[in-house]
Ligand binder design. Structure first.
Ligand code: PGA
Length: 250
């Protein structure tokens, strides 16, 4: 694992953006796995800047998002589909037919999960996967107790996650969907390379357990310890409980 503890959110976002940019420059038809949430917003802003100011070309990039709420229509203000278009895709030259985001409104969710896995395979697998981490140590919506070999599946969201996400639903936990489609931990581990980002003190415990604790389904991010090509970039606050001598860049 390459772990970098950087000064702040801005440094975290810019460092991650450089890795993404270099990967696209090496492979213009990069298969890029994307995450939603507050954490990658700075990374997406920087990628948009690189597109507008430096001509970073996304025209051949293929994207697969990690997850989507079950039951929210694509244009719902809090759907992850909407999030991705508002915060990234509408501002870069991505080809809409290269964008893949799970659809939480399909009738046969199980069949959709299988299709999503097959689609990823069709493109030769994910080259670079971006991840955030939940306070409960989840990656995507792989909540505590999810098998570390899991594939794309329907996940029941924990109370902690629904409470954390209520801020986007008028602060009302009742409005937060109870289920989501999510890539599994096994799906994520098959990505050729992975970047996990975390910022802020609220993530310090999860980062400590994920990086310096045992590999366990209770903290699904800990499964990243098994992956040969993971880069973890955290700000000072999220890295404040780490004890090993990781790279410090501030
Ligand atoms: P956040 O969510 O980026 O909004 O903190 C991360 C996650 O739950 O994976």
């Amino acid at each position: 694992m390459k772990v970098f503890i950087v000064k702040d959110y801005d440094a975290m976002s810019k460092k991650a953006a450089k890795i993404v940019r270099d990967a696209i420059l090496r492979k213009p038809d990069l298969v890029l796995g994307l995450a939603t949430g507050s954490t990658p917003l700075g990374l997406y802003k920087e990628l948009i800047r690189m597109h507008k100011e430096e001509g970073l070309n996304f025209s051949k990039v293929i994207t697969f998002n990690l997850d989507e709420y079950v039951g929210l229509p694509k244009d719902h203000p809090e759907s992850y589909n909407r999030f991705m278009w508002d915060n990234l895709f509408n501002h870069i030259n991505i080809n809409p037919s290269n964008v893949h985001i799970p659809d939480g409104t399909v009738e046969d969710l199980e069949a959709f999960c299988k299709w999503y896995e097959e689609k990823i395979d069709e493109y030769g697998g994910i080259d670079l996967q971006i991840l955030g981490i939940g306070r409960d140590g989840h990656i995507a919506f792989n909540e505590p107790g999810t098998s570390l070999g899991s594939r794309t599946h329907i996940a029941k969201l924990t109370e902690v996650t629904r409470r954390d996400n209520a801020r986007f639903f008028d602060g009302d936990i009742e409005k937060v969907p109870k289920y989501a489609i999510t890539m599994g931990v096994g799906t994520i581990l098959e990505a050729k390379s992975i970047i996990l980002l975390a910022n802020g003190e609220a993530k310090a415990d999860a980062i400590k357990k994920a990086l310096e604790g045992p590999v366990t389904c209770l903290i699904t991010a800990s499964a990243l310890q098994l992956h040969p090509n993971v880069t973890i970039i955290v700000d000072k606050e999220a890295g404040s409980k780490l004890e090993l001598e990781w790279e410090r860049e501030y």
